[in-house]
Design a protein around this ligand. Structure first.
Ligand SMILES: [Zn+2]
Length: 405
């Protein structure tokens, strides 16, 4: 596949130097056809990176074309053309056209996309944020070049909250207004689909309750015939709706976190456990609900060291681990599906301390106990990673497995 807006993909009557609507100045990303079975692992990885850059460059060309179509006609016509020509769903066409038009004003993002240094998904996040309020586009485009998708999604959310004059309150309000849901029977396979979108706070509360129901289902399953994770999620949702009395979880239903600024005696940096920022005012609003656990962190971590006084992690420890590990250290699954595992095991004298605990999901926990996976400290960080017997730690192997006491 070769792309060169001058004469191949972009080929047409308009020269690439026409800059009227941000025309790309000659995108050149080339991926040759090869016999992939002949490539080394490293060459395969390099090839995948090249294909990633080419995909971005292609997205830039598509966006440029949709923008020009919109300029000549209107958004509705461009959408219809995209839907018919690219044969994509109407919803995708609408979003494509909207974000393509937004990209027209985002110079740094557009050139990163053209050069293949900003992936399409990252560019879409920036374009969407630009339609929701004012952003520092150059700063976001710079971050987009080096952050993974999930990290960048949080960066954008945090930036939107900071850039807003009201600590993200109006953004959250807009997200609340954008809630939607529908129930329909799929024409494709006859399955009934429940589809709903919520603002981050309401969504996190629902996700926590569903995860609690899943944990309960998991503990009652026959280990020899477990359903898949998506099947269990469907079962949990059905149980919550059809048997609300039995399914209602006890204990916390949402974790919100903030830092305490001891100098100014105020809370700052309010967020959900996955790092999604929320307006500080939300803490007061939702903390009135007994099912919300507000965790406030400052320098004191005494509460995070339970030593040998108890075997299981406290809710506060789980909160702190959710923030540090962001999910299972083996597979990144959400903290809601994880348990706190002792790095030095309890039966070997391990302590129930923050720095001797890691979050692992049930599957990864099983790998540690039955398949010789090990928990390794990531040097220079307070974090850990799960290593298979075949794959050594990414870090310095001279670092002791146990954290400093
Ligand atoms: Zn896992």
């Amino acid at each position: 596949m070769e792309m060169d807006s001058g004469d191949r993909v972009g080929g047409g009557d308009s020269p690439a130097s026409d800059a009227s609507s941000g025309a790309s100045a000659g995108v050149k990303v080339r991926v040759d056809a090869v016999v992939v079975s002949d490539l080394s692992d490293a060459a395969l990885r390099r090839r995948l990176a090249e294909i990633g850059r080419a995909t971005s460059a292609l997205a830039a060309l598509r966006s440029e074309t949709l923008r020009e179509l919109t300029r000549r006609t209107d958004a509705a016509t461009a959408e219809q053309t995209a839907k018919d020509t690219l044969r994509i769903p109407g919803r995708a066409a609408r979003s494509d056209v909207k974000l393509s038009v937004a990209l027209g004003d985002l110079d740094a993002t557009r050139s990163g996309l053209e050069e293949g240094t900003i992936p399409d998904g990252h560019a879409q996040l920036i374009a969407r944020a630009s339609t929701e309020g004012s952003i520092d586009e150059a700063w976001l485009a710079e971050r987009a070049q080096r952050e993974g998708y999930d990290q960048f999604r949080r960066t954008v959310a945090r930036h939107q909250a900071e850039a807003s004059s009201d600590d993200g309150a109006s953004l959250l309000e807009r997200q609340r207004q954008a809630r939607s849901g529908k129930i329909f029977t799929s024409r494709h396979d006859g399955m009934v689909v429940l589809n709903a979108q919520f603002d981050p706070v309401a969504g996190a509360r629902l996700a926590t309750v569903i995860a609690a129901a899943e944990r309960r289902l998991y503990s009652n399953e026959d280990p020899k015939s477990r359903p898949s994770h998506p099947q269990r999620t469907a079962d949990a949702i059905a149980m919550l709706m059809l048997e609300p009395d039995t399914a209602r979880p006890v204990g916390m239903s949402l974790l919100v976190v903030a830092d305490y600024d001891a100098v100014n005696h105020r809370l700052t940096n309010a967020r959900l456990s996955d790092g999604t920022p929320i307006p500080i005012g939300e803490i007061g609003r939702i903390a009135a609900d007994a099912q919300v656990l507000p965790a406030i962190f400052n320098h004191a971590t005494g509460d995070l060291r339970m030593g040998r006084s108890r075997r299981t992690a406290t809710e506060l420890q789980r909160a702190a681990l959710a923030l540090r590990d962001q999910g299972c250290i083996g597979c990144d699954v959400s903290p809601d599906y994880c348990r706190a595992h002792h790095v030095i095991e309890w039966q070997h004298g391990g302590r129930t301390d923050y720095d001797n605990l890691v979050l692992v999901c049930n599957d990864c926990h099983h790998k540690i106990h039955d398949h010789d996976h090990t928990v390794e400290h990531k040097p220079g960080t307070s974090r850990y990673e799960l290593c298979s017997p075949a794959r050594p730690a990414t870090g310095d192997s001279t670092v002791p497995r146990a954290p400093p006491a």
